[in-house]
Write a protein that binds this ligand. Structure first.
Ligand code: PLP
Length: 456
């Protein structure tokens, strides 16, 4: 059935239930409908062109319209469009993809479990943690700790693990043994005059106190993104993981590193684990694994956990977890093409160079702007927090939705960004050129200035 482009807005409004959207905004303004894209640029149905400063949703790392990935998907669909991994079945391409991912893991990992989204991959990790502790005869060791402001998905358990209150209240979450400790947002939450290192120590002390209060025999795992993304773009304060990891080790609490955004070069290193010198027990990846060309996620499982699953297998019987589309062969083919391109085109090196430019140029353009309280980021991830008053850090009135105004001004200047409240974020495709970075920063700064003029 051909789509009537002119009527697409009406059709959308009357049929499509949008993700993470204010229903009232959509009803009033209608959707923005995209229709084609190439490289870092995307066009809507009216022919307006934008630089996609968000790489879709932090995922289209290699840019749009890549014929190598398209070909890999087409060829695999023609050769074997589907088969699964239940009951010992497999496909050559899924096995090859698992091997290729293990070869690229930041620390030695034993197995990869595939899913189709970051949420389902983190649900898998949570189930594996519970399964592991049951096999070890520790039925009480089940609690999972995450941080306020973290984002780990929107499933029934992962939505609660995510530390964002607007994802909890009306959905009756969190469900299950989920705890939250403080956000590592130094700008917002460090006491006046405290150094970053001391703030990290304070957060580690809070984590330890939480584990002791709950009883270490009940605490199973700690989830963290290397740099918090969707919860406000928050890099760890100096020394954060150095302070946290010894506490986890002391109380035998597993570290799950959620690299759904940071994996495959986003931070200017292949993995966030490498930047912060981490040796996670479980790693979650998704998004960049196929550059968004096919829904796919990967839960990496370390030998520590796999060896228990394997040695207890006779007693446990069937490993009764998985999804129809776990290890989908078309996703595996898309991932293999993506991994090859990342290597051959030195994508991580480009992300490091362009990321350094993005960080420096954004600070040069907006570091002193009266509406900008804080600019923070690592590599090709940056956040700009708008404030009412730079000296007191007083936030803007929420009802003004200033972040959204900047998002709209940027769109009118041909730049897609994302507003997390009044923190605007950018996460461009990792194939962006130096000229693209200049255009992104220029359009973004001009959008901030336009909104600031309106407020004056
Ligand atoms: N983990 C992180 C760090 C994410 O940023 C996201 C999504 O943005 C997820 C998990 C959930 O992934 P998905 O939306 O594919 O379920």
């Amino acid at each position: 059935m051909a789509i009537d482009i002119q009527r697409a807005g009406e059709i959308d409004k009357s049929s499509l239930f949008h993700a993470f959207t204010w229903v009232s905004d959509l009803k009033r303004e209608g959707p923005t409908i995209m229709s084609e894209a190439q490289g870092v640029r995307i066009r809507d149905i009216h022919g307006n062109e934008y630089i996609d400063g968000m790489a879709g949703l932090w995922c289209v790392n290699l840019g749009y319209g890549r014929q190598d990935i398209v070909q890999a998907i087409a060829e695999q669909s023609a050769r074997l469009s589907f088969f699964h991994t239940f009951n010992g079945m497999s496909t050559d391409v899924a096995a090859e993809c698992a091997q290729a991912l293990l070869a690229r893991a930041p620390v030695p990992m034993a197995r990869v479990f595939f899913g189709t989204s970051g949420s389902d991959a983190n649900e898998t990790q949570i189930k594996l943690i519970w399964y592991y502790n049951n096999l070890l005869g520790r039925p009480k060791k089940k609690k999972i700790i995450a941080r306020w402001n973290s984002y780990h998905g929107s499933g029934v358990v992962t939505g609660g693990l995510t530390g964002l209150p607007n994802m909890h209240g009306l959905f009756d979450l969190p469900l299950g043994p989920i705890l939250h400790v403080s956000s590592p947002n130094y700008y917002r939450y460090a006491p006046e005059g405290m150094s970053e290192r001391d703030f990290s120590r304070q957060l580690a002390a809070e984590l330890e106190a939480t584990i002791l209060k709950e009883g270490p025999e009940t605490v199973a795992a700690f989830f963290a993104e290397p740099v918090i993304g969707a919860g406000g773009l928050i890099p760890p304060p100096e020394g954060y993981f150095e302070e946290i990891v010894p506490i986890l080790e002391k109380y035998d609490v597993l570290l799950v590193l959620d690299e759904v955004v940071s994996g495959f070069g986003r931070l200017g290193s292949y993995w966030g684990s490498q930047i912060y010198n981490l040796k996670p027990d479980l790693i979650t990846a998704a998004k960049g694994v196929t550059s968004g060309y096919f829904p796919m996620s990967a839960s990496f499982v370390s030998e520590r956990i796999w060896s228990v699953i394997e040695s207890e297998a006779d007693r446990a019987g069937l490993f009764a977890h998985g999804y129809t589309y776990s290890a989908h062969p078309v996703g595996a083919a898309a991932a293999l093409a993506t991994l090859r391109a990342i290597d051959e085109e030195h994508i991580v090196e480009n992300a490091a160079a362009r990321g350094a430019e993005l960080q420096a140029k954004m600070r040069a353009a907006l570091g002193d702007h009266r509406l900008v309280g804080n600019i923070r980021g690592v590599g090709m991830m940056i956040g700009v927090e708008l404030v009412q008053d730079r000296a007191t850090k007083a936030p803007l009135p929420p009802a003004n939705r200033t972040g959204r105004q900047v998002l709209q001004a940027a769109a009118s200047k041909g730049l897609i960004t994302r507003a997390l409240g009044d923190t605007l974020v950018l996460s461009p495709p990792l194939v962006a050129t130096a000229a693209d970075i200049d255009e992104i920063v220029g359009r973004f700064a001009s959008a901030v200035e336009q909104v600031a003029e309106g407020i004056r």
